[in-house]
Ligand binder design. Sequence first.
Ligand SMILES: Nc1ncnc2c1ncn2[C@@H]1O[C@H](COP(=O)(O)OP(=O)(O)OP(=O)(O)O)[C@@H](O)[C@H]1O
Ligand SMILES: O=C(O)[C@@H](O)C(=O)CO
Length: 425
Amino acid sequence: MKLSLGCIADDYTGASDLANTLTRQGLRTVQTIGVPSDDLALPEVDAVVVSLKSRSTEAGLAVTRSRAAEKWLRGRGAGHVLFKICSTFDSTDAGNIGPVMDALRTDSGDTIVLVTPAFPETGRTVYMGNLFVGPVPLNESPLKDHPLNPMHDSNLVRVLARQSKTRVGLVDLATLTRGAAAVRGRLADLAANDVGAAVIDAVFDRDLETIGGVALDHRLSVGASGIGLGIARALVASGKVKAGAAATVSEFAVGGPAGCLAGSCSQATLQQIANAEKTMAVLHLDPEQVIAGPDEVRRALAWAGERISGGPVLIASSSTPDQVQALQSRHGRDAAGHAIEQAMADIAEGLVRSGVRRLVVAGGETSGAVVDRLRIPGFLVGAEIAAGVPVLRAVGAKDGAMLLALKSGNFGGAEFFSDALKLMR
Ligand SMILES: Nc1ncnc2c1ncn2[C@@H]1O[C@H](COP(=O)(O)OP(=O)(O)OP(=O)(O)O)[C@@H](O)[C@H]1O
Ligand SMILES: O=C(O)[C@@H](O)C(=O)CO
Protein backbone atom coordinates (compact mmCIF):
# COMPACT_ATOMS: atom_id res chain seq x y z
CA MET A 1 0.00 0.00 0.00
CA LYS A 2 1.45 3.38 -1.04
CA LEU A 3 -0.37 6.29 0.52
CA SER A 4 -1.11 9.45 -1.45
CA LEU A 5 -1.79 11.32 1.77
CA GLY A 6 -0.95 10.73 5.41
CA CYS A 7 -2.84 12.54 8.18
CA ILE A 8 -2.29 12.91 11.89
CA ALA A 9 -5.31 14.16 13.82
CA ASP A 10 -4.98 15.55 17.33
CA ASP A 11 -8.31 14.11 18.43
CA TYR A 12 -10.68 11.35 17.38
CA THR A 13 -13.68 13.42 16.35
CA GLY A 14 -11.40 15.66 14.31
CA ALA A 15 -10.00 12.55 12.65
CA SER A 16 -13.43 11.29 11.64
CA ASP A 17 -14.30 14.77 10.38
CA LEU A 18 -11.21 14.69 8.15
CA ALA A 19 -11.74 11.07 7.08
CA ASN A 20 -15.28 12.07 6.10
CA THR A 21 -14.04 15.01 4.03
CA LEU A 22 -11.41 12.95 2.22
CA THR A 23 -13.91 10.18 1.50
CA ARG A 24 -16.45 12.65 0.12
CA GLN A 25 -13.75 13.97 -2.23
CA GLY A 26 -13.16 10.46 -3.60
CA LEU A 27 -10.15 9.30 -1.56
CA ARG A 28 -10.31 5.77 -0.16
CA THR A 29 -9.69 6.56 3.48
CA VAL A 30 -9.33 4.68 6.74
CA GLN A 31 -9.22 6.19 10.22
CA THR A 32 -6.95 4.37 12.65
CA ILE A 33 -6.87 4.78 16.39
CA GLY A 34 -3.26 5.51 17.18
CA VAL A 35 -0.45 4.13 15.03
CA PRO A 36 -1.81 0.84 13.68
CA SER A 37 -0.26 -2.37 14.83
CA ASP A 38 1.28 -4.54 12.11
CA ASP A 39 -1.46 -7.15 12.43
CA LEU A 40 -4.30 -4.72 11.66
CA ALA A 41 -5.57 -5.69 8.21
CA LEU A 42 -6.04 -2.41 6.37
CA PRO A 43 -7.84 -2.27 3.05
CA GLU A 44 -6.14 -0.71 0.00
CA VAL A 45 -6.51 3.04 0.61
CA ASP A 46 -5.31 6.43 -0.66
CA ALA A 47 -5.22 8.08 2.75
CA VAL A 48 -4.83 7.06 6.38
CA VAL A 49 -5.91 9.37 9.20
CA VAL A 50 -4.08 8.37 12.38
CA SER A 51 -6.17 9.56 15.33
CA LEU A 52 -4.26 10.68 18.38
CA LYS A 53 -5.50 12.05 21.67
CA SER A 54 -2.87 14.76 21.75
CA ARG A 55 -4.76 18.05 21.70
CA SER A 56 -4.78 18.58 25.44
CA THR A 57 -1.91 16.41 26.67
CA GLU A 58 1.45 17.73 27.79
CA ALA A 59 3.21 19.14 24.68
CA GLY A 60 6.20 16.75 24.82
CA LEU A 61 3.90 13.76 24.69
CA ALA A 62 1.93 15.25 21.79
CA VAL A 63 5.21 15.70 19.90
CA THR A 64 6.41 12.15 20.55
CA ARG A 65 3.10 10.61 19.48
CA SER A 66 2.82 12.78 16.38
CA ARG A 67 6.35 11.96 15.28
CA ALA A 68 5.68 8.24 15.66
CA ALA A 69 2.56 8.62 13.51
CA GLU A 70 4.47 10.61 10.91
CA LYS A 71 7.18 7.97 10.74
CA TRP A 72 4.55 5.26 10.17
CA LEU A 73 2.81 7.29 7.44
CA ARG A 74 6.06 8.17 5.64
CA GLY A 75 7.02 4.50 5.85
CA ARG A 76 3.85 3.74 3.84
CA GLY A 77 4.87 6.15 1.12
CA ALA A 78 3.03 9.31 2.20
CA GLY A 79 4.76 12.17 0.38
CA HIS A 80 2.55 14.72 2.10
CA VAL A 81 1.42 14.71 5.73
CA LEU A 82 -1.43 16.86 7.02
CA PHE A 83 -1.44 17.57 10.75
CA LYS A 84 -5.19 17.91 11.46
CA ILE A 85 -6.01 20.41 14.17
CA CYS A 86 -9.35 21.78 15.29
CA SER A 87 -11.14 24.27 13.04
CA THR A 88 -11.36 26.50 16.10
CA PHE A 89 -7.59 26.18 16.70
CA ASP A 90 -8.16 24.63 20.15
CA SER A 91 -4.86 24.94 22.02
CA THR A 92 -3.20 26.90 24.80
CA ASP A 93 -0.07 29.07 24.84
CA ALA A 94 1.81 25.92 25.95
CA GLY A 95 0.80 24.11 22.75
CA ASN A 96 0.15 21.76 21.25
CA ILE A 97 -0.18 23.01 17.69
CA GLY A 98 3.12 24.95 17.64
CA PRO A 99 5.38 22.30 19.21
CA VAL A 100 3.97 19.49 17.04
CA MET A 101 4.23 21.62 13.90
CA ASP A 102 7.84 22.54 14.75
CA ALA A 103 8.83 18.90 15.25
CA LEU A 104 7.09 17.64 12.11
CA ARG A 105 8.60 20.50 10.10
CA THR A 106 12.07 19.51 11.23
CA ASP A 107 11.38 15.88 10.32
CA SER A 108 9.93 16.76 6.94
CA GLY A 109 12.74 19.15 6.00
CA ASP A 110 10.26 21.82 4.82
CA THR A 111 11.41 25.42 5.11
CA ILE A 112 7.89 26.75 5.52
CA VAL A 113 4.54 25.22 6.46
CA LEU A 114 1.07 26.38 5.40
CA VAL A 115 -1.39 26.63 8.30
CA THR A 116 -5.15 27.21 8.10
CA PRO A 117 -8.06 25.98 10.23
CA ALA A 118 -10.58 27.38 7.73
CA PHE A 119 -13.54 25.06 7.09
CA PRO A 120 -16.17 27.20 5.36
CA GLU A 121 -18.81 24.47 5.32
CA THR A 122 -18.98 24.73 9.12
CA GLY A 123 -18.60 28.52 9.22
CA ARG A 124 -14.87 28.65 10.05
CA THR A 125 -13.17 31.28 7.91
CA VAL A 126 -9.85 33.09 8.22
CA TYR A 127 -9.35 36.69 7.15
CA MET A 128 -6.19 38.71 7.80
CA GLY A 129 -5.10 35.85 10.00
CA ASN A 130 -8.20 36.22 12.21
CA LEU A 131 -10.38 33.16 12.69
CA PHE A 132 -14.14 33.65 12.54
CA VAL A 133 -16.68 31.16 13.87
CA GLY A 134 -19.77 31.98 11.87
CA PRO A 135 -20.19 35.74 12.05
CA VAL A 136 -18.02 36.39 15.13
CA PRO A 137 -14.29 36.37 15.82
CA LEU A 138 -13.04 33.27 17.66
CA ASN A 139 -12.58 35.13 20.95
CA GLU A 140 -16.24 36.23 20.95
CA SER A 141 -17.55 32.77 20.01
CA PRO A 142 -18.60 30.05 22.51
CA LEU A 143 -14.99 28.80 22.28
CA LYS A 144 -14.07 31.49 24.81
CA ASP A 145 -15.74 29.20 27.39
CA HIS A 146 -14.23 25.88 26.26
CA PRO A 147 -13.61 23.68 29.35
CA LEU A 148 -10.05 22.70 28.32
CA ASN A 149 -8.81 25.22 25.73
CA PRO A 150 -10.62 28.54 26.15
CA MET A 151 -9.76 30.70 23.11
CA HIS A 152 -9.27 34.39 23.87
CA ASP A 153 -7.37 35.62 20.81
CA SER A 154 -8.70 35.35 17.26
CA ASN A 155 -5.42 36.41 15.60
CA LEU A 156 -3.81 33.11 14.65
CA VAL A 157 -0.48 34.63 13.69
CA ARG A 158 -0.17 35.80 17.29
CA VAL A 159 -1.59 32.58 18.78
CA LEU A 160 0.77 30.35 16.81
CA ALA A 161 3.79 32.61 17.41
CA ARG A 162 3.27 32.16 21.17
CA GLN A 163 3.44 28.36 20.74
CA SER A 164 6.10 27.91 18.08
CA LYS A 165 9.86 28.37 18.00
CA THR A 166 9.69 29.61 14.44
CA ARG A 167 8.58 33.01 13.17
CA VAL A 168 5.01 33.06 11.88
CA GLY A 169 3.82 35.06 8.86
CA LEU A 170 0.60 35.64 6.94
CA VAL A 171 -0.54 34.94 3.38
CA ASP A 172 -3.55 37.22 3.09
CA LEU A 173 -6.69 36.81 1.04
CA ALA A 174 -5.63 39.43 -1.51
CA THR A 175 -2.52 37.38 -2.32
CA LEU A 176 -4.45 34.12 -2.34
CA THR A 177 -7.03 35.57 -4.71
CA ARG A 178 -4.23 36.29 -7.22
CA GLY A 179 -3.65 32.53 -7.48
CA ALA A 180 -1.16 29.77 -6.75
CA ALA A 181 1.83 31.59 -8.24
CA ALA A 182 1.23 34.60 -5.98
CA VAL A 183 0.97 32.33 -2.95
CA ARG A 184 4.20 30.56 -3.91
CA GLY A 185 5.92 33.94 -4.31
CA ARG A 186 4.72 35.13 -0.91
CA LEU A 187 5.87 31.87 0.73
CA ALA A 188 9.30 32.23 -0.86
CA ASP A 189 9.58 35.79 0.50
CA LEU A 190 8.51 34.70 3.98
CA ALA A 191 10.92 31.74 3.96
CA ALA A 192 13.76 34.04 2.85
CA ASN A 193 13.00 36.09 5.98
CA ASP A 194 13.30 33.07 8.23
CA VAL A 195 9.56 32.62 8.67
CA GLY A 196 8.83 28.90 9.13
CA ALA A 197 5.04 28.93 9.28
CA ALA A 198 2.49 30.89 7.27
CA VAL A 199 -1.11 31.26 8.37
CA ILE A 200 -3.13 31.52 5.17
CA ASP A 201 -6.55 33.17 4.84
CA ALA A 202 -9.44 31.23 3.33
CA VAL A 203 -13.12 32.09 3.07
CA PHE A 204 -14.49 29.87 0.31
CA ASP A 205 -13.84 26.30 -0.84
CA ARG A 206 -12.21 27.68 -3.99
CA ASP A 207 -9.58 29.33 -1.73
CA LEU A 208 -8.89 25.91 -0.25
CA GLU A 209 -8.44 24.44 -3.72
CA THR A 210 -5.66 26.95 -4.42
CA ILE A 211 -4.14 26.23 -1.02
CA GLY A 212 -4.36 22.46 -1.56
CA GLY A 213 -2.43 22.70 -4.83
CA VAL A 214 0.33 24.76 -3.22
CA ALA A 215 0.41 22.58 -0.10
CA LEU A 216 1.37 19.60 -2.27
CA ASP A 217 4.65 21.39 -3.20
CA HIS A 218 5.55 20.76 0.43
CA ARG A 219 5.79 17.68 2.62
CA LEU A 220 3.77 19.01 5.56
CA SER A 221 0.74 21.21 6.17
CA VAL A 222 -1.32 22.07 9.22
CA GLY A 223 -5.04 22.68 9.30
CA ALA A 224 -8.59 21.43 9.66
CA SER A 225 -10.85 19.61 7.22
CA GLY A 226 -10.93 22.56 4.82
CA ILE A 227 -7.29 22.20 3.82
CA GLY A 228 -7.95 18.45 3.67
CA LEU A 229 -10.64 19.17 1.09
CA GLY A 230 -8.23 21.36 -0.89
CA ILE A 231 -5.46 18.75 -0.81
CA ALA A 232 -7.86 15.95 -1.76
CA ARG A 233 -9.18 17.92 -4.73
CA ALA A 234 -5.62 18.71 -5.81
CA LEU A 235 -4.67 15.02 -5.61
CA VAL A 236 -7.65 14.09 -7.77
CA ALA A 237 -7.02 16.96 -10.22
CA SER A 238 -3.38 15.91 -10.63
CA GLY A 239 -4.41 12.32 -11.35
CA LYS A 240 -2.48 10.99 -8.33
CA VAL A 241 -5.76 9.66 -6.99
CA LYS A 242 -8.45 8.23 -9.22
CA ALA A 243 -11.65 10.24 -8.77
CA GLY A 244 -14.59 8.37 -7.35
CA ALA A 245 -12.51 5.40 -6.28
CA ALA A 246 -13.61 5.70 -2.65
CA ALA A 247 -14.57 2.29 -1.35
CA THR A 248 -18.24 1.86 -0.61
CA VAL A 249 -18.51 0.83 2.98
CA SER A 250 -20.61 -2.20 3.64
CA GLU A 251 -24.13 -1.12 4.51
CA PHE A 252 -25.17 -4.25 6.41
CA ALA A 253 -27.33 -3.42 9.41
CA VAL A 254 -25.88 -3.86 12.88
CA GLY A 255 -29.15 -3.40 14.75
CA GLY A 256 -29.77 -3.88 18.46
CA PRO A 257 -29.99 -1.26 21.16
CA ALA A 258 -28.47 2.19 20.68
CA GLY A 259 -26.92 4.62 23.13
CA CYS A 260 -25.70 8.23 23.08
CA LEU A 261 -23.12 9.80 25.38
CA ALA A 262 -22.41 13.52 25.67
CA GLY A 263 -19.36 14.94 27.45
CA SER A 264 -19.13 18.04 25.32
CA CYS A 265 -20.29 21.23 27.04
CA SER A 266 -20.46 23.28 23.83
CA GLN A 267 -23.52 25.41 23.16
CA ALA A 268 -24.33 23.24 20.15
CA THR A 269 -24.26 20.04 22.22
CA LEU A 270 -26.32 21.57 25.05
CA GLN A 271 -29.01 22.47 22.51
CA GLN A 272 -28.86 19.02 20.89
CA ILE A 273 -29.32 17.36 24.29
CA ALA A 274 -32.32 19.57 25.05
CA ASN A 275 -33.88 18.57 21.72
CA ALA A 276 -33.11 14.88 22.24
CA GLU A 277 -35.39 14.92 25.32
CA LYS A 278 -38.31 14.93 22.84
CA THR A 279 -37.34 11.61 21.23
CA MET A 280 -35.35 9.56 23.74
CA ALA A 281 -34.80 8.97 27.43
CA VAL A 282 -32.11 11.37 28.73
CA LEU A 283 -30.14 11.08 31.96
CA HIS A 284 -28.19 14.10 33.20
CA LEU A 285 -25.28 12.91 35.32
CA ASP A 286 -24.38 14.83 38.45
CA PRO A 287 -20.76 15.86 37.67
CA GLU A 288 -19.97 16.30 41.37
CA GLN A 289 -21.07 12.70 42.02
CA VAL A 290 -19.11 11.47 38.99
CA ILE A 291 -15.94 12.87 40.55
CA ALA A 292 -16.88 11.54 44.01
CA GLY A 293 -16.73 7.85 42.98
CA PRO A 294 -18.14 4.99 40.91
CA ASP A 295 -21.74 5.11 42.21
CA GLU A 296 -22.86 7.63 39.60
CA VAL A 297 -21.68 5.33 36.80
CA ARG A 298 -23.53 2.43 38.41
CA ARG A 299 -26.65 4.57 38.69
CA ALA A 300 -26.38 5.51 35.00
CA LEU A 301 -25.97 1.91 33.87
CA ALA A 302 -28.88 0.75 36.00
CA TRP A 303 -31.01 3.58 34.57
CA ALA A 304 -29.99 2.63 31.02
CA GLY A 305 -30.56 -1.08 31.68
CA GLU A 306 -34.21 -0.39 32.52
CA ARG A 307 -34.84 1.59 29.33
CA ILE A 308 -32.54 0.47 26.53
CA SER A 309 -34.70 -2.32 25.18
CA GLY A 310 -37.50 0.21 24.68
CA GLY A 311 -35.47 2.69 22.58
CA PRO A 312 -32.28 4.72 22.50
CA VAL A 313 -30.94 6.45 25.63
CA LEU A 314 -28.74 9.50 26.06
CA ILE A 315 -26.47 10.00 29.07
CA ALA A 316 -24.91 13.45 29.44
CA SER A 317 -22.44 15.05 31.80
CA SER A 318 -22.68 18.34 29.92
CA SER A 319 -23.26 21.54 31.91
CA THR A 320 -23.41 25.26 31.23
CA PRO A 321 -20.20 27.37 31.25
CA ASP A 322 -20.96 28.68 34.80
CA GLN A 323 -21.45 25.18 36.16
CA VAL A 324 -18.30 23.94 34.39
CA GLN A 325 -16.31 26.78 35.89
CA ALA A 326 -17.66 26.12 39.38
CA LEU A 327 -16.76 22.43 39.14
CA GLN A 328 -13.29 23.20 37.83
CA SER A 329 -12.61 25.68 40.61
CA ARG A 330 -13.46 22.98 43.16
CA HIS A 331 -11.49 20.12 41.56
CA GLY A 332 -9.10 21.59 38.98
CA ARG A 333 -9.68 21.68 35.23
CA ASP A 334 -7.72 18.60 34.25
CA ALA A 335 -8.80 16.45 37.17
CA ALA A 336 -12.48 17.23 36.57
CA GLY A 337 -12.21 16.64 32.83
CA HIS A 338 -10.30 13.40 33.24
CA ALA A 339 -12.67 11.97 35.87
CA ILE A 340 -15.71 12.69 33.69
CA GLU A 341 -14.05 11.26 30.57
CA GLN A 342 -13.22 8.05 32.42
CA ALA A 343 -16.76 7.80 33.76
CA MET A 344 -18.06 8.15 30.20
CA ALA A 345 -15.69 5.39 29.12
CA ASP A 346 -16.98 3.19 31.99
CA ILE A 347 -20.55 3.83 30.88
CA ALA A 348 -19.72 3.07 27.24
CA GLU A 349 -18.07 -0.18 28.28
CA GLY A 350 -21.10 -1.12 30.37
CA LEU A 351 -23.49 -0.33 27.52
CA VAL A 352 -21.50 -2.43 25.07
CA ARG A 353 -21.36 -5.25 27.58
CA SER A 354 -25.14 -5.15 27.69
CA GLY A 355 -25.39 -5.47 23.90
CA VAL A 356 -25.22 -1.91 22.54
CA ARG A 357 -23.50 -1.89 19.14
CA ARG A 358 -24.62 1.54 17.95
CA LEU A 359 -23.07 4.38 19.89
CA VAL A 360 -23.09 8.14 19.38
CA VAL A 361 -20.52 10.17 21.35
CA ALA A 362 -20.38 13.96 21.58
CA GLY A 363 -17.06 15.64 22.33
CA GLY A 364 -13.52 15.00 21.13
CA GLU A 365 -11.90 14.15 24.45
CA THR A 366 -14.95 12.17 25.46
CA SER A 367 -14.82 10.21 22.20
CA GLY A 368 -11.13 9.55 22.73
CA ALA A 369 -11.74 8.07 26.17
CA VAL A 370 -14.64 5.94 24.91
CA VAL A 371 -12.96 4.58 21.77
CA ASP A 372 -9.78 3.78 23.70
CA ARG A 373 -11.76 1.89 26.31
CA LEU A 374 -13.60 -0.10 23.66
CA ARG A 375 -10.25 -0.91 22.03
CA ILE A 376 -11.44 -0.17 18.53
CA PRO A 377 -8.40 -0.09 16.22
CA GLY A 378 -9.93 1.74 13.25
CA PHE A 379 -12.92 2.89 11.26
CA LEU A 380 -14.26 3.03 7.74
CA VAL A 381 -16.37 6.03 6.81
CA GLY A 382 -20.06 5.62 6.02
CA ALA A 383 -22.91 8.06 5.43
CA GLU A 384 -22.59 11.71 6.45
CA ILE A 385 -24.86 12.66 9.36
CA ALA A 386 -23.92 16.35 9.40
CA ALA A 387 -21.00 18.37 8.07
CA GLY A 388 -17.89 16.83 9.61
CA VAL A 389 -19.67 13.89 11.25
CA PRO A 390 -19.91 10.54 9.44
CA VAL A 391 -21.25 7.17 10.51
CA LEU A 392 -18.19 5.08 11.36
CA ARG A 393 -18.01 1.33 10.96
CA ALA A 394 -15.48 -0.24 13.30
CA VAL A 395 -12.76 -2.42 11.77
CA GLY A 396 -11.02 -5.07 13.85
CA ALA A 397 -13.11 -4.38 16.98
CA LYS A 398 -13.08 -7.11 19.62
CA ASP A 399 -16.83 -6.67 20.10
CA GLY A 400 -17.54 -7.38 16.42
CA ALA A 401 -19.65 -5.25 14.10
CA MET A 402 -20.25 -1.81 15.55
CA LEU A 403 -21.37 1.59 14.35
CA LEU A 404 -20.23 4.79 16.00
CA ALA A 405 -20.63 8.49 15.42
CA LEU A 406 -18.04 10.74 17.03
CA LYS A 407 -19.35 14.30 17.06
CA SER A 408 -17.08 17.28 17.48
CA GLY A 409 -18.54 19.46 20.19
CA ASN A 410 -19.63 22.27 17.93
CA PHE A 411 -20.84 20.23 14.99
CA GLY A 412 -24.25 18.90 13.99
CA GLY A 413 -27.74 20.33 13.66
CA ALA A 414 -30.29 20.85 16.43
CA GLU A 415 -31.62 17.27 16.13
CA PHE A 416 -28.19 15.67 15.85
CA PHE A 417 -28.75 12.66 18.11
CA SER A 418 -31.90 11.47 16.34
CA ASP A 419 -30.40 12.37 12.93
CA ALA A 420 -27.44 10.14 13.75
CA LEU A 421 -29.50 7.18 14.88
CA LYS A 422 -31.65 7.33 11.77
CA LEU A 423 -28.54 6.60 9.68
CA MET A 424 -27.05 4.06 12.10
CA ARG A 425 -29.14 1.01 11.35
N1 LIG B 1 -20.15 19.06 33.67
C1 LIG B 1 -18.86 19.17 33.37
N2 LIG B 1 -18.07 20.01 34.07
C2 LIG B 1 -16.74 20.12 33.74
N3 LIG B 1 -16.15 19.46 32.75
C3 LIG B 1 -16.92 18.61 32.04
C4 LIG B 1 -18.29 18.43 32.31
N4 LIG B 1 -18.79 17.53 31.43
C5 LIG B 1 -17.76 17.16 30.65
N5 LIG B 1 -16.64 17.81 31.02
C6 LIG B 1 -15.31 17.70 30.42
O1 LIG B 1 -15.21 18.71 29.43
C7 LIG B 1 -14.37 18.24 28.38
C8 LIG B 1 -15.16 18.35 27.09
O2 LIG B 1 -14.27 18.11 26.04
P1 LIG B 1 -14.69 17.31 24.75
O3 LIG B 1 -13.48 17.37 23.87
O4 LIG B 1 -15.24 15.99 25.07
O5 LIG B 1 -15.86 18.18 24.14
P2 LIG B 1 -15.70 19.44 23.15
O6 LIG B 1 -14.45 20.17 23.50
O7 LIG B 1 -16.96 20.18 23.16
O8 LIG B 1 -15.55 18.72 21.77
P3 LIG B 1 -14.48 18.97 20.61
O9 LIG B 1 -13.12 18.81 21.21
O10 LIG B 1 -14.81 17.88 19.65
O11 LIG B 1 -14.75 20.34 20.11
C9 LIG B 1 -14.00 16.80 28.71
O12 LIG B 1 -12.75 16.76 29.34
C10 LIG B 1 -15.12 16.41 29.67
O13 LIG B 1 -14.77 15.34 30.54
O1 LIG C 1 -12.06 20.75 13.06
C1 LIG C 1 -12.99 20.62 13.86
O2 LIG C 1 -13.65 21.55 14.33
C2 LIG C 1 -13.28 19.24 14.37
O3 LIG C 1 -12.92 18.28 13.43
C3 LIG C 1 -12.52 19.00 15.61
O4 LIG C 1 -11.33 18.76 15.55
C4 LIG C 1 -13.22 19.14 16.90
O5 LIG C 1 -12.67 18.31 17.88
